[in-house]
Design a protein around this ligand. Structure first.
Ligand SMILES: Nc1nc2c(c(=O)[nH]1)N[C@H]1C(S)=C(S)[C@@H](COP(=O)(O)O)O[C@H]1N2
Ligand SMILES: [Mo]
Length: 175
């Protein structure tokens, strides 16, 4: 049997269906926090609500298609959640931390990037949230939403988050 055949032979159609659930189901199951971390974790919206201090943000952002949007969000600081997963930088060294990037992906594939320094208290100190509620409504069914109060436009307010990745930027090539 070929390598691929031996790996897939035991999977029924039902197994394949549960292996690839709909985007909303993936987001409701929780976001995967992964990458260069000592403690990768999967976080439901309930865990985001119960595991960390909740912050509130009143935001206005501009959408290219629907104009100005106003929302209130509640949830933990992205920084605190990621620090608890123990990124593979030396926490005492600012220059080491400044090499890291985060990528946040939504259930529909929309994804965006932040630098660690944007949210680090010694650098940009932006109060970016992983929202557990929007406009007073819990997000347990839809999944968490990224909240970037310092952004003028809405593109990084990624909804139905399925994953947050963190890692060091690749070493810049010599030009
Ligand atoms: N997953 C996902 N999140 C997304 C988008 C998207 O296409 N997919 N669009 C973004 C854009 S462009 C905007 S303006 C806001 C709109 O948010 P609202 O309709 O809830 O006000 O969602 C953002 N979040
Ligand atoms: Mo938008």
């Amino acid at each position: 049997m070929s390598d691929l055949a031996s790996r897939t032979a035991h999977l029924s159609t039902a197994d394949l269906a549960t292996a690839r659930p709909a985007a909303e189901d993936r987001a409701a199951a929780g976001l995967v926090l992964h990458g260069e971390l000592r403690r990768p974790m999967t976080l439901s919206v309930a865990r985001l609500r119960e595991g960390w201090e909740q912050r509130r943000a009143w935001v206005v952002f501009d959408c290219a298609t629907s104009g100005p949007r106003r929302h209130t969000f509640e949830g933990p600081l992205l920084r605190q959640v990621v620090l608890d997963a123990e990124p593979a930088f030396d926490p005492a060294r600012r220059k080491d931390r400044s090499r890291f990037l985060l990528a946040v992906r939504g259930g529909d594939g929309h994804h965006t990037v932040l630098s660690w320094a944007e949210i680090d208290a010694d650098f940009g100190d932006a109060p970016v949230l992983l929202a557990a509620a929007m406009d007073g409504r819990p997000l347990d069914a839809e999944g968490s939403q990224l909240v970037v109060p310092s952004d003028r436009c809405g593109a990084r307010y990624v909804s139905a988050i399925t994953s947050v990745w963190i890692g060091a930027a690749p070493y810049p090539p010599t030009p």
